[in-house]
Ligand binder design. Sequence first.
Ligand code: PAF
Length: 281
Amino acid sequence: MKVIRTVAELKQKITEEKALRHSIGLVPTMGALHAGHISLIDRARANNDIVVVSVFVNPTQFNNPDDLRTYPRTEDADCEKLISAGVDYAFIPSVEEIYPEPDNRVFDLGPVADVMEGPMRPGHFNGVAQIVSKLFSMVEPNRAYFGEKDFQQIAVIRRMVELEGFNLDIIDCPIKREDDGLAMSSRNVRLTPEQRSIAPNIARTLNASLDYSLSHSVAETKQYVIDKINAFPQMEVEYYEIVNAATMQPINDWNDAQLAVGCITVYCGDVRLIDNIKYIR
Ligand code: PAF
């Protein structure tokens, strides 16, 4: 695996790979890699000649300076995992390399970004659109891989792709979970042992809500999830929305969406965890 730190070298390698007519799969990450990331890499490996993984903690998508400061950074361990996963290029740039000057672009992300994470984390999705669009321009991938844990993020990225006219496939990949059901996340390492033992109740409650939803309304199902999770010590639901998977807009009736997805954010202590569940009926 080649580690690349500059945009110039990345572009050089991409030109060489394109000249060889190699297809390119890109897995954008912020590092602190876990089995969820590796599952994206495995998908990319299976469907492309070359796999590029970017490892970059993107400051423009953090609306909370403490979250940026405490975000885990584990480059050496990440590189070992990337080598084992058979990655061809790890792009690990500095902030100055990606943003030699401030990125003032404001994306018109539309309704998909106006709900849930949008109002809760002002500027977050614009920052995601900034970095992902830069990566797409630099790597020119045929396919880019994203985890469904960040369900709304995928919708936002698809919107950005439409706005910018990128010619690539966005591949969404299922959530990877720990054995006890907790959705894998780089933030999980920040949980205390006690919080770590309580956190799987997010996924357990979402699962239990599937049955509950069969005989209850959308509003009742939302309340059921919120009340159950808030009853656990150290856990506080920031929001639980049940949305139309196609539009990200909240629904009032189960018939309002072909596929309804429940998206949740929970503070477990000061660690912000997200998860979601599909209400397949
Ligand atoms: O999902 C993430 O890890 C980040 O938002 C992404 C897509 C790598 C952009 O920084």
